[in-house]
Design a protein around this ligand. Structure first.
Ligand code: ATP
Ligand code: MG
Length: 670
């Protein structure tokens, strides 16, 4: 669908139009969630192409997660724009590195490391540094942070303090030595890690003038979505791509910075105009995504976190909708069940509204523990759901295997091209583990099934489409011949794999709030909104707590009209009593907040009922506050104890969890 330049601009409000029509020079858009930042940049690209100012292939649009990159591609496609590169930073860098590395060094780019954690563990062992799982995770993320922050191993000890970084009970010198040993081990095994992808791409441009020239001749117009989450390393790469040219447009929302623990710096966005003197800076405040009810909750949550009057308030443009719902559950199973019931109710049409499709719903959470409870609750009610989104769909082993098998089967069948093509597809995929009904189990089996089921549904669509066209084209009487055969289905799937045309989600999306950035659904349930999960137990400094609050803001603003926030008061019906997230104090009715006692702020710290040391009941207020009898021994300080408990629970439940649950590097590469 080609659109004229005027048509493109007509779909925007005056400020968005300014973004779209400022085709040259540095442009920054600083604006809140749902105000149309992504819409403005996709229309800007479309406008640039429609007016002939941009050649599509010279535009490079980057963002951070694969889902967000998919969203960009989808929106460009709907605007009729083809040929524009819309990728994650990592995927753009990987492509370039894979292309230029052999030309610069005469060998293939080293393979990407599969298991960073075990290599870090090896490196620590080699130095006789004792690490347990939580500390290992800390080390892994610390090394990643150092790399994206351009901190070299030998400088780590000196710079860590300046950046207020630490790994629990490990001195910075030791962390620096493990980091150094990790780098050496990795090199000796000829592997690169996720940060190296960016480092390699940057080094190729910085050190090889002919690479720089070629990259810069290819890409002339740069667009960065979600720019508030750019790291110093990504910024360096962007600067290398750009060279001394200034045609760069960045958009972001400082209130949605949710990766600062991993080195993201919103100051690149807020300081853009200082670094680019001739920049056009545009602010958007109208929220087009959500109902006033949802926007109201988002504003209140953010307002409560800042000194009065400094938060930018979103202005809702949508008509009024249903009230935002809050719900407390006795435990996680019950909470999951309530959410599943809520979703299935929304799917039913009623007298005054049509049913909402499952693909227009999402359940988002902060941490992954107990997500199987959610999957079980959905499966029990027959609600289709998706655990992996589109991440690296065509690189999944089962999908590669399926495409290969289909190709071979099509070749073998060639001699007789007869039979029901859908049955053939199902038979082939059946040999790989596909079944008509989803499996009962969560984890790897379910993930595999989901991939294969997505292929079946693509095949169903293709066949339906072919039949529909055939029906209109062919004379009656020739209906006996199939409109499409297995070879054609297989070829189309191969074509889609090449184009990374990921099958559309057919069910409720389950995922972390981190992975949901930039996306939107009609109905969103936020699961596990209790203290300990949000803010996460490990977030304790004011900066970390502020980031947790922003995370809630991101979660809330994903909803167009239906929003439900819930929490559970205990884990598995036992253990310590929990309370709803402190960030909800500003929006909850008094009867629900602060442990249900109408307490408000001064009751914030939860009182333990049982001694952490001996397990017997506590009586006095002071003891309940301390969490143990005054004369019971404590081997750990409070924070470490809480931390260990939480990690242990998480460790136990993460063993059986699909990889999507953890915000891993894998979500960064398309
Ligand atoms: P986020 O910060 O969550 O990434 P965003 O600022 O990128 O949000 P968009 O996703 O671009 O916001 O827009 C939110 C929704 O509002 C989209 O469905 C978009 O199509 C719609 N929208 C934005 N601007 C307009 C407009 N001028 N007219 C109609 N709809 C709009
Ligand atoms: Mg966006």
């Amino acid at each position: 669908v080609f659109r004229s330049p005027d048509e493109i601009l007509a779909a925007l409000d005056p400020e968005q139009r300014e973004v779209a029509s400022t085709l040259r020079g540095p442009v920054a858009v600083i604006a809140g969630a749902g105000t149309g930042k992504t819409r403005a940049i996709t229309h800007r690209i479309a406008y640039g192409v429609a007016t002939g100012v941009y050649r599509p292939t010279s535009v490079l649009a980057v963002t951070f997660t694969t889902r967000a990159a998919g969203e960009l591609r989808g929106r460009l496609q709907r605007l009729g724009v083809t040929g524009v590169q819309a990728r994650t930073f990592h995927s753009a860098a990987l492509r370039q590195a894979q292309y230029f590395w052999p030309r610069a060094y005469g060998s293939e780019l080293p393979r990407v490391l599969e298991n960073k954690m075990s290599l870090v563990a090896d490196s620590a062992n080699r130095l006789r540094v004792q690490v347990d799982t939580p500390r290992l995770r800390d080390l892994v993320s610390e090394i990643s942070w150092a790399k994206v922050s351009n901190v070299a191993p030998e400088d780590y000890a000196r710079l860590a303090g300046q950046h207020h970084r630490s790994v629990s009970s490990m001195d910075p010198e030791t962390v620096g030595r493990v980091f150094e040993s990790y780098e050496a081990t990795k090199r000796s095994r000829e592997r690169i890690d996720f940060e190296d992808i960016l480092l390699c791409a940057a080094a190729l441009i910085a050190e090889h003038p002919q690479v720089a020239e070629q990259v810069r001749a290819t890409y002339r117009h740069f667009v960065v979505d979600e720019y508030q989450d750019v790291s110093p390393l990504q910024q360096a790469l962007l600067d290398l791509w750009r060279g001394d040219r200034s045609d760069v447009c960045v958009v972001g929302d400082p209130a949605q910075t949710i990766h600062s623990f991993a080195g993201a710096q919103a100051s690149y966005l807020t300081g853009f105009a200082r670094r680019h003197r001739d920049a056009t800076v545009i602010r958007l405040v109208r929220d087009y995504r959500s109902t006033p009810q949802v926007v109201g909750v988002a504003n209140q949550v953010m307002d409560a976190g800042v000194r009065s009057g400094t938060a930018v308030r979103l202005q809702a443009q949508q008509p009024a909708g249903p009230a935002v719902e809050f719900a407390s559950a006795p435990d996680e199973q019950a909470e999951a069940g309530q959410i599943a019931d809520w979703l299935s109710r929304l799917a039913q049409p009623t007298a005054d509204r049509p049913g909402i499709e499952y693909r227009e719903m999402a359940v988002l959470f902060r941490i992954n523990a107990n997500s199987p409870a959610l999957e079980q609750a959905l499966a029990d009610r027959g609600i289709p759901y998706l655990v992996r989104g589109g991440e690296r769909f065509y690189e999944r082993p089962e999908v590669r295997q399926a495409l290969l098998t289909l190709r071979n089967e099509a070749r073998a069948l060639d001699a007789d091209g007869g039979g029901d093509v859908l049955e053939q597809v199902k038979a082939v995929l059946g040999t790989l583990g596909w079944t008509e009904q989803p499996p009962n189990s969560a984890g790897a089996v379910r993930e595999r099934w989901e991939s294969l089921a997505a292929l079946v549904s693509v095949a169903e669509d293709l066949v339906a489409e072919a039949r529909a066209t055939a029906g209109t084209l062919l004379e009656a009487g020739s209906t006996g011949s199939p409109a499409i055969d297995l070879a054609a289905v297989s070829a189309e799937l191969d074509r889609r794999a090449d184009a990374q045309h990921v099958p559309a989600a057919q069910g409720v999306t389950l995922g972390t709030i981190h992975a949901a950035k930039g996306l939107e659904w009609d109905a969103v349930a936020l699961y596990g909104m209790q203290e300990g999960s949000l803010p996460f137990v490990l977030a304790t400094t004011p900066e970390e707590l502020a980031e947790e609050r922003r995370l809630l803001y991101v979660g809330i603003t994903r909803a167009r009209s239906r929003l439900r926030l819930s929490w559970s008061l205990t884990r598995n019906g036992g253990g310590s009593t929990r309370r709803p997230s402190r960030f909800l104090d500003a929006v909850l009715p008094p009867s629900m907040s602060a442990g249900g006692e109408g307490g408000g702020r001064q009751r914030r710290s939860s009182l333990a009922a049982h001694c952490r040391s001996c397990g017997k009941p506590l009586t006095g207020g002071a003891e309940r506050k301390l969490g143990r009898h005054a004369d019971c021994p404590s081997t750990y300080d409070e924070r470490t104890l809480a931390l260990l408990k939480e990690w242990r629970k998480q460790e136990a439940s993460e063993q059986s969890l699909p990889a999507y649950c953890i915000f891993t590097d894998a979500t960064l590469v398309a």
